[in-house]
Design a protein around this ligand. Structure first.
Ligand code: SF4
Length: 291
């Protein structure tokens, strides 16, 4: 099945609402150093289109209850470079046009703007991940620039699309200071922020250490000496995670927008069923959500 129930390893820390997950591609050409999906998908940085994609997805959609939320995508970017050639994401959006589903798009690419006319006809939220202005060329070497992502956020928002930003992951002593500036830049254009600290997995941590050798010793100690392993990933000490995320939550209050942290397990930072921003569909398109 290409459309599957979203179930991140039955994680107790996940506060996402019930949803389905669809990845038009296997692997991802954005090649982010911190990517978690590389730990469980082979040859992740050699992305390939899913076979018979539209035919299969068309038939699978018949089996999903109408009104369900579909998340595109959770372990690859639906607007990664391959999309310019294969149009899987676009073809899927066209399939949805006559159907009553909710859609959450998560991407780092301004290529999403190509499909703006279709998005206007869907019950959708677009979440743009925007992590660093200083280091995106190193951290996310295959992804569009900071400026292009910011432009995408503004353009979608001006066109009336519900937009959220993922300021994620926050990496200590790397982008932890600039995330405040990023927050201030995106806040006027988005209705929700999702954030989280970087959780170390063996392969992503090795890539980060190689790219930033001067930080290796410090990170090693923070994650593997002072931190702890939770559900298969190494977390920073809770105090430090609070210190890193707290300023973003304060900024959210200042700007009057909602914010939630992803899989931190810290009560004051989580927002059950609101973390991914998909609640905006009910709140703004269906006026259903009781605050
Ligand atoms: S865009 Fe997402 S899926 Fe693609 S490499 Fe980056 S973190 Fe991984």
């Amino acid at each position: 099945m290409y459309i599957q129930r979203f179930d991140p390893w039955k994680s107790k820390l996940c506060t996402c609402p019930e949803k389905y997950s669809l990845n038009p591609y296997t692997g991802c050409g954005h090649r982010c150093l911190y990517c978690y999906a590389t730990a469980f998908i082979k040859n992740f940085y050699s992305p390939r289109p899913k076979k018979n994609f539209i035919k299969k997805v068309k038939s699978e959609l018949q089996k999903i209850p109408p009104g369900s939320l579909i998340s595109l995508s959770n372990s690859s970017d639906p607007y990664q470079p391959l999309e310019k050639t294969y149009f899987h994401t676009r073809n899927f959006l066209e399939l949805l046009e006559s159907k009553n589903f909710k859609l959450l798009i998560i991407t780092k690419s301004d290529l999403v703007l190509r499909d703006l006319p279709i998005l206007k006809n869907l019950n959708c939220v677009v979440s743009i991940t925007i992590t660093t202005k200083k280091y995106f060329r190193i951290l996310e070497p295959g992804a569009p620039s900071y400026e292009k992502r910011l432009y995408a956020i503004k353009t979608l928002s001006k066109a009336g699309i519900l937009v959220t930003a993922r300021i994620d992951p926050v990496i200590p002593f790397l982008n932890d200071e600039e995330v405040i500036k990023i927050f201030e830049e995106v806040a006027p254009w988005v209705k929700h922020i999702t954030t989280s600290t970087y959780k170390a997995k063996r392969d992503s941590f090795a890539r980060l250490k190689k790219a930033f050798p001067e930080k290796a010793k410090l990170w090693q100690e923070l994650y593997f000496v002072k931190g702890k392993k939770i559900e298969g990933a190494w977390y920073l000490p809770e105090d430090l995670r609070k210190e890193l995320l707290y300023p973003l939550f304060e900024k959210a209050k200042e700007f009057g927008i909602s914010i939630a942290a992803c899989r931190e397990g810290i009560k004051e930072f989580s927002a059950k069923e609101k973390c991914d921003g998909s609640f905006l569909i009910d709140k703004f398109l269906f006026n259903e959500l009781k605050e």
